[in-house]
Design a protein around this ligand. Structure first.
Ligand code: ITT
Length: 198
């Protein structure tokens, strides 16, 4: 019952591992398959990119692969950075540069207009081509200053609409309970027994 997480993002891998702790699955990562190179994300939707990553890894390993394609949609930027969230400050993007660019683009936009959401599409792909897909979103605002040391990516700037806290100030359990990734994974796991036992 081994599955491979088709991601190289350490923050995602940590959150997956936390949430799958009590689930009877042998979870492998791409580190276990060094022969798999960089996967080009050519899709224009989260779902298309999740399918590209999961199908490539399932075909290369002969195992069920689970991919997460996610990102931040900012209303004042017409939904950007969206599927480009990881590459927002390209070339050579880093979380710090992505956050700095986001603040720059939102300069002068008042707090009430800084609404945003994280989105995640999670897709499990079996070597026989069967797939299972689920999504999740998380509403919030983009702060004017970063805060907190937890999480990754845009977490220091993303303010959770329910608690009013920056995502990087939430505990692991609090973030997983609210996040786009947590919601998508819990939905995926609801249908997992059917997908696995088909
Ligand atoms: P893989 O493709 O290897 O999974 P990636 O980082 O390139 O890693 P994506 O293309 O899905 O993954 O980009 C997701 C980006 O969206 C990620 O790099 C962060 O910048 C941002 N992001 C997604 N989920 C996030 C979260 O929970 N907290 C903060 N930022 C997040």
């Amino acid at each position: 019952n081994a599955v491979v997480l088709a991601t190289r993002n350490k923050g995602k891998i940590r959150e997956f591992s936390e949430m799958l702790q009590n689930f009877q699955l042998n979870v492998l990562g791409l580190d276990d398959f060094p022969e798999i190179g960089e996967i080009e994300e050519t899709g224009v939707t989260f779902e298309a990119n999740a399918r590209i990553k999961a199908s490539e890894v399932a075909k290369a390993t002969g195992l069920v692969a689970i991919a997460d394609d996610s990102g931040l949609e900012v209303d004042a930027l017409d939904g950007a950075p969206g599927v480009f969230s990881a590459r927002f400050s390209a070339p050579n993007p880093t979380d710090e540069k992505n956050n700095a660019l986001l603040l720059e683009k939102l300069q002068g936009v008042p707090y009430e207009k800084r609404t945003a959401r994280f989105r995640c599409v999670m897709l499990a792909y079996a070597p026989d081509g069967q797939e299972l897909c689920a999504d999740g979103s998380w509403e919030g605002h983009i702060a004017e200053q970063p805060e907190g040391d937890n999480g990754f990516g845009y977490d220091p700037l993303f303010v959770d609409s329910i608690s009013g806290k920056h995502s990087a100030c939430l505990s692991r359990d609090e973030k997983n309970a609210r996040s786009h990734r947590g919601k998508a994974l819990r939905k995926l796991l609801e249908d997992w027994p059917f997908f696995w036992g088909r």
